[in-house]
Design a protein around this ligand. Structure first.
Ligand code: APR
Length: 252
């Protein structure tokens, strides 16, 4: 599949826009994507570091893994794609509406200046109690610790703390998911950047937008698995393609 020729999108100032991002948008910042690494995350099996079963089996390993990922994310910087998406939010601020749904947990969109960000798979920089009967399990707190020397415990119940990441087999946060679905249902332009389109339920959002008549657009290194949901397909590196697509916004 060749993809469309990249040129500046015409986005009215009063448009309702949803941007959905995945690991590809952070690749040029130096954060490895998931499915390009042969199913291993930093040499670990996904089941060991990204499932609740893995956490119960070996919480030390899982905390070491996420501490390293925190360090990596703090070391890198947003790239031109992140900044162009931040400019889009500002461009729409007066008359339009803007929601950014990101599957990334690296915090780079907020660091680039985006405000209305739904971190639908959680955040590397939040921690919560792992005990579902403890109220603190519902209230993640900000946490940039990268060197826990013992397993961190909940102040309320004494149970183990865990990273606020949505692991495989877990439900999305209900409120975040409801906000995301609402924005997708209302949008006129749905722009996806840097996601393989294989992880559900988020991979289905483009279908919903498409069926409701939105202008669905994807910018990705290669055609995503759900490419049929997009009316426009732009292939290339996010750091190059996204600023070109949003040139009118950036020059405004
Ligand atoms: N520019 C644009 N796209 C890129 C770039 C780049 N520089 N580099 C890679 N890509 C594309 C890849 O071609 C791939 O289609 O980004 C996509 C990344 O896909 P994944 O690694 O599967 O990441 P993502 O879609 O975000 O994964 C979804 O899966 O493992 C879970 O919870 C995790 O949030 C993650 C979810």
């Amino acid at each position: 599949m060749a993809g469309h020729k990249v040129s500046a999108l015409d986005i009215p100032r009063n448009a309702a826009v949803v941007v959905l991002t995945g690991a590809g948008v952070s690749a040029e910042s130096g954060i490895a994507t998931f499915r390009d690494s042969g199913g291993l995350w930093e040499q670990h099996r996904v089941e060991d570091v990204a499932t609740h079963e893995g956490f119960v089996k070996n919480p030390e390993l899982v905390w070491r893994f996420y501490s390293l990922r925190r360090k990596d994310a703090l070391r890198v910087h947003p790239n031109p794609a992140h900044y162009a998406i931040a400019a889009l939010e500002e461009y729409l601020a007066d008359k339009g509406s803007f929601t950014l749904i990101t599957q990334n947990v690296d915090g780079l969109h907020s660091r680039a200046g985006n405000k209305n960000v739904l971190e639908i798979h959680g955040s590397l920089f939040k921690t919560k109690c792992d005990n579902p009967r403890c109220p603190a399990s519902e209230t993640p707190f900000d946490d940039e610790t990268t060197d826990y020397d013992a397993l961190p415990k909940c102040e309320k119940c004494g149970g183990l703390l865990r990273p606020d990441i949505v692991w495989f087999g877990e439900q999305l946060d209900r409120v975040t998911e409801a906000k995301a679905m609402h924005a997708v249902g209302e949008c006129e332009i749905f722009l996806t950047i840097g996601t393989s389109g294989v992880v559900w339920p988020v991979a289905g959002y483009s279908r919903l937008a498409y069926e409701l008549g939105a202008r669905t657009i994807t910018a990705n290194l290669e055609p995503p698995a759900n490419v049929q949901n997009y009316r426009e397909v732009y292939l290339g590196k996010a750091g190059e393609v996204v600023p070109m697509l949003l040139a009118n916004v950036l020059n405004d």
